[in-house]
Write a protein that binds this ligand. Sequence first.
Ligand code: GLN
Length: 197
Amino acid sequence: MRIGVIGVQGNVTEHVDAVARAIRQAGRKGEAFPVRRREDLDRSDGLTIPGGESTTISKLLVKLGLFDEIVRRATEERMPILGTCAGCILLSKEAGAQAERTRTHLLGLMDMTVDRNAFGRQRESFEADLDVEGLDAPFHCVFIRAPAILRTWGACRPLARYADRIVLARQGNLIGAAFHPELSGDLRIHRWFLDLF
Ligand code: GLN
């Protein structure tokens, strides 16, 4: 399996490392590499979209000619995508006034509304052990200026909550996490992602 990590901005190296470790841990053959050009995307069987700054990432995806092709592959070919933090924002259909004001281009693939920077300044970064549906022990979640998922509909299923807000959701081939599973050393969410192939 060849997993591309959108590498235009944000914490790309951590994602490449986490995906590569998850592939090894699962005993599968494959590689993880950054995606910056159309050729990188074309050789990817699936993608992760890291955290960073969602407006910047979205504008670069358009500028580099990757945006429409990601949407097409995800919808027509059901390409698996794991979006974390800013990546989760980009997967959503709605991201509120802030996203509109900054002209953030949402990929609009998951039936959910997110709220950017939902946990406010006092709690810019924090960690919490959360129960995740489908995992038998809590997952250590690292939040960094994290969004929250305010609402899901249609085929999008909430899988974890923090302070009454949804922080992990799945819709078929797509997984959105408000936190950073690549930073906790726990690869169980990456392993789910690999199970989509
Ligand atoms: N707050 C960022 C945004 O709105 C996301 C933060 C992150 O990805 N760590 O794009």
